[in-house]
Write a protein that binds this ligand. Structure first.
Ligand SMILES: C[S@@+](CC[C@H](N)C(=O)[O-])C[C@H]1O[C@@H](n2cnc3c(N)ncnc32)[C@H](O)[C@@H]1O
Length: 202
């Protein structure tokens, strides 16, 4: 892990942390053990654990530099923030060594990764979450003909950077997670044409 203990901050995470926190504050069950996939700078976990002192938050990421930042946040609240674990959702059986998780949270990842990442995420979430478990996905999504122009533009921009990336259709994401026992329970519109999708295990 390079840049260990160097806290980082992303303007987008600073902007969306407040609105997401308002939702998570009430959505998360009491004493939830949350696994965050693709924690990035670690700001979200740091902010949400302040809002909810009853929860435990496990950071994870594929990127060693991001994990360094997460580790730095974790040292400030070691009771609630667990040091990051390496997770690449495109690796087969990535969830094998993880246990006792009641909620999985993932923000802004599945559009900046191949569709195989969404598939791996759905497979792992289905395997890790027992009955009553919750999976929360935040980011931009397409809504067929009702898609926001900003998200259509963003989709084109992403595809120019990498043809395997792209803003995903909510319907496709819903279908994918259903195949792994997770049903879409709430679709919450968020600022700047983002959504918070809340899935529950059957
Ligand atoms: C745009 S950042 C989002 C960070 C944070 N969740 C947020 O909303 O601020 C995308 C994150 O996805 C991670 N990521 C990309 N591919 C991944 C994969 N296959 N498995 C796990 N994490 C991945 C990156 O390392 C990065 O931290």
């Amino acid at each position: 892990m390079t840049d260990q203990y160097q806290k980082r901050s992303a303007p987008s995470a600073e902007r969306n942390q407040g609105p997401i926190g308002v939702q998570l504050g009430t959505l998360l069950p009491e004493h939830a053990h949350v696994l965050e996939i693709a924690s990035g700078t670690g700001q979200h976990g740091a902010g949400f654990t302040q809002l909810r002192p009853d929860i435990i938050w496990q950071y994870s990421d594929i990127d060693p530099e991001a994990m360094g930042s997460q580790a730095a946040y974790a040292t400030e609240n070691p009771e609630q923030l667990m040091s990051p674990i390496p997770v690449d959702v495109m690796v087969e059986d990535w969830w094998q060594d993880i246990a006792d998780i009641s909620v999985i949270y993932c923000a802004n990842m599945i559009h900046i990764a191949p569709w195989a990442a969404a598939k791996g995420l759905a497979q792992g979430a289905g395997a890790l979450l027992s009955t009553g478990g919750q999976f929360i996905l935040y980011g931009p999504f397409l809504l067929g003909p009702d898609s926001a122009q900003s998200n259509l533009d963003f989709d084109q921009n992403l595809k120019r950077r990498n043809p395997a990336w792209g803003v995903r259709e909510i319907q496709g994401v819903e279908n994918l997670f259903k195949q792994h026992g997770l049903v879409l329970d709430k679709t919450i519109p968020m600022p700047r044409d983002n959504f918070l999708l809340v899935f529950r295990t059957l």
